[in-house]
Design a binder for this molecule. Structure first.
Ligand SMILES: [Zn+2]
Length: 90
């Protein structure tokens, strides 16, 4: 949804740029603003996704270090002394 808004901003701005060429600065200025907003939000989205991807990676690494309970098969954090599900000592 956010991506669509950014792309809509970008395209609407570019679309306004053409009549703006004939009409004058009154239309060019808001059109350029829209294009800048669109590009900025696309860039921000890319940056956020990259940061988020790194976090997901870290989370996955953490999740990978888990101990499986030999009684019930539940996955527990490696720091846990007892199983979360059945309470057996790991
Ligand atoms: Zn268990």
């Amino acid at each position: 949804m956010y991506l669509m808004l950014a792309i809509a901003c970008l395209f609407f701005g570019l679309f306004l740029l053409f009549p703006g060429y004939f009409v004058g600065w009154g239309l060019i200025v808001p059109a350029v603003c829209l294009v800048i907003i669109g590009i900025a939000s696309l860039g921000a989205r890319y940056y956020i996704l990259r940061r988020y991807a790194r976090r997901v990676e870290e989370f996955r690494k953490k999740a990978a270090i888990r101990v499986r309970c030999k009684y019930c098969g539940a996955l527990n954090p490696d720091t846990a002394m007892r199983c979360d599900r059945c309470g057996a000592t790991l």
